[in-house]
Design a protein around this ligand. Structure first.
Ligand SMILES: NC(=O)c1ccc[n+]([C@@H]2O[C@H](COP(=O)([O-])OP(=O)(O)OC[C@H]3O[C@@H](n4cnc5c(N)ncnc54)[C@H](O)[C@@H]3O)[C@@H](O)[C@H]2O)c1
Length: 361
């Protein structure tokens, strides 16, 4: 898989204690990579990083991405071949509470990441993970394309738009010559899957309510979101890294990794399908009249990744629900790390059956 490019390679991941970063670390380790992480410590005992005992399986250093000296030293010690930047303040609501921290982490953190890459000659590929919220949101029905304008009305979205512009500036100013690292950015959104316990997200909220035997209160039941299981954007990041490694700068720049149209479903449908599949849980949807206000139509056009990377999503909506619920309901599982590996293997098998290029060699 992935033409074996990660086997025996050193991969540095910022944000490895987080939801997506921990899954990426597990997958890369399973592909034979030597994984190094740099991030703040995990927030709670249920985090994927903790329950999979990832600290005992990869090399991890507690550190802040705002601390340039520490980050650049870590790059120099590790001498990675690949670097993925996922450390960020990822929540819109928190960005209203603490805009300065959000801007510092997401903007200066990006600068520190690319400066570290620039000062470390071993790096061949570096990918900055941003968000679908990096685009100027025109509330239109069409998917955003990679060459649409950056924007952001809230601090989080603006920080992600800025992180993209920084990537572009580093690309044109410092990483365009042949002997420099191949760099890119990746945009995805509404990622769900086992091990995410972030606040203000519908799936963690559902499982928190379940634990407390409470009924989940839906705030915006009719809001439609392009749900994606976490392995979908990750397969996109790995495909992009593989192409950058093997074929170089023609794959530099921004890439969308969104779902296919059929996984664009309402919050209500997602919760109903989770209840149906798991056979547990309940919800209430109090009447509210400001649905339009939260409508925030936000879809990604994934034509570029489909045509140029031969990447595409693997799971349909019901498979996405199934993978997500299975990732949370691990009551009788003692080795959660291995449960994650077996889910990755099932995902790869489905990808192979669907003849998706990265899974076939
Ligand atoms: N989960 C989603 O639905 C989603 C959607 C779009 C984009 N993203 C982006 O993907 C990336 C990962 O998101 P996630 O869902 O895994 O978030 P998460 O909160 O689970 O993980 C964030 C990671 O960043 C680290 N971090 C935060 N501030 C830091 C700092 N100042 N210094 C060092 N490390 C710091 C945390 O320790 C953690 O490891 C983020 O860039 C996020 O914006 C996520």
């Amino acid at each position: 898989m992935f033409k074996n490019v990660f086997k025996n390679k050193k991969v540095l991941i910022t944000g490895d204690t987080g939801f997506k970063g921990s899954w990426l670390a597990i997958w890369l380790k399973n592909l034979g990579a030597e994984v190094y992480g740099y991030s703040l410590p995990p927030k709670n005992q249920k985090d994927n990083f903790v329950v999979t005992a990832l600290e005992t399986k990869i090399n991890h250093l507690d550190g802040d991405v705002r601390d340039f000296g520490k980050l650049v030293d870590y790059f120099n010690v590790v001498q990675p071949d690949f670097a993925f930047h996922l450390a960020a303040q990822p929540l819109v609501i928190d960005s209203y509470e603490n805009p300065k921290y959000t801007f510092e982490t997401n903007i200066i953190g990006t600068v520190n990441f690319f400066e570290s890459v620039r000062k470390c000659n071993s790096v061949k590929v570096a990918i900055n993970i941003t968000s679908d919220k990096c685009y100027q949101n025109n509330e239109w029905v069409w998917g955003y394309r990679e060459n649409d304008a950056m924007g952001g009305k809230d601090p989080y979205s603006a920080s992600k738009g800025a992180s993209e512009l920084i990537t572009q500036a580093y690309l044109y100013s410092f990483f365009s010559k042949d002997n420099t690292a191949n760099i890119a950015s990746a945009r995805a959104g509404n990622v769900i899957g086992g091990g995410d316990w972030a606040d203000y997200r519908i799936v963690p909220d559902f499982f928190r309510a379940l634990e407390k035997r409470e009924s989940l209160k839906l705030r915006y039941p009719e809001s439609t979101r392009p749900w994606q299981h976490v392995l979908e954007p990750l397969s996109g990041y790995l495909t992009l890294a593989m192409k950058l490694f093997l074929e170089g700068k023609k794959y530099s720049g921004g890439w969308n990794f969104g779902p296919i149209g059929t996984t664009n479903q309402s919050v209500r449908t997602l919760v109903e399908k989770m209840i149906e599949y798991s056979g547990i849980g309940k919800y209430e949807a109090p009447e509210i009249n400001d649905k339009f206000f939260e409508a925030s139509l936000l879809n990604l056009d994934i034509s570029k990744a489909m045509h140029l990377l031969n990447w595409k999503p693997v799971l349909d909506f019901l498979e996405t629900v199934k993978f997500t619920v299975d990732g949370y309901l691990l009551n009788n599982v003692t080795d959660i790390y291995n449960a994650r590996i077996s889910q990755i293997n099932s995902y790869c098998k489905l990808a192979k059956n669907k003849n998706i290029e990265w899974a076939t060699h």
